[in-house]
Design a protein. Structure first.
Length: 113
């Protein structure tokens, strides 16, 4: 199996086994870019548990997630296997209340601070 298949499989496994997954640069504690930090901040404010994948740990993952979602930038947020978007989209949805609505509709527990 070549790396591309392996990476897609790995991405699918993460998305299938976690309700909320954030592919980001760095970790929630130490984000490596401002956009990733912003999305972590939003998810933390909403109080939703999420799995994070540090794409900087592997070039294959960093390129693989862009191919997988057909989206050129990172971070990328997935909720219940659905690609939600990157930093700008997540920020706009957070401001408008739409992000919370999606989480509620999909039955994901939130605990806003």
């Amino acid at each position: 199996m070549n790396n591309t298949n392996h990476v897609s499989q790995s991405i699918e496994n993460e998305i299938n086994s976690n309700d909320v997954v954030l592919f980001m640069k760095g970790t929630p504690v130490f984000p490596q870019c401002g956009f990733s930090a912003r999305v972590v901040d939003i998810l933390t404010k909403i109080g939703v548990k999420f799995e994070s994948i540090n794409v900087l740990e592997s070039d294959e993952m960093r390129e693989g997630i862009k191919t997988f979602s057909n989206w050129p930038t990172i971070p990328q947020l997935y909720v219940k296997k659905e690609f939600i978007g990157g930093c700008d989209i997540v920020s706009e949805m957070f401001e408008s209340g739409e992000l919370l609505e999606i989480l509620n509709t999909k039955g994901i527990e939130v605990n806003p601070s």
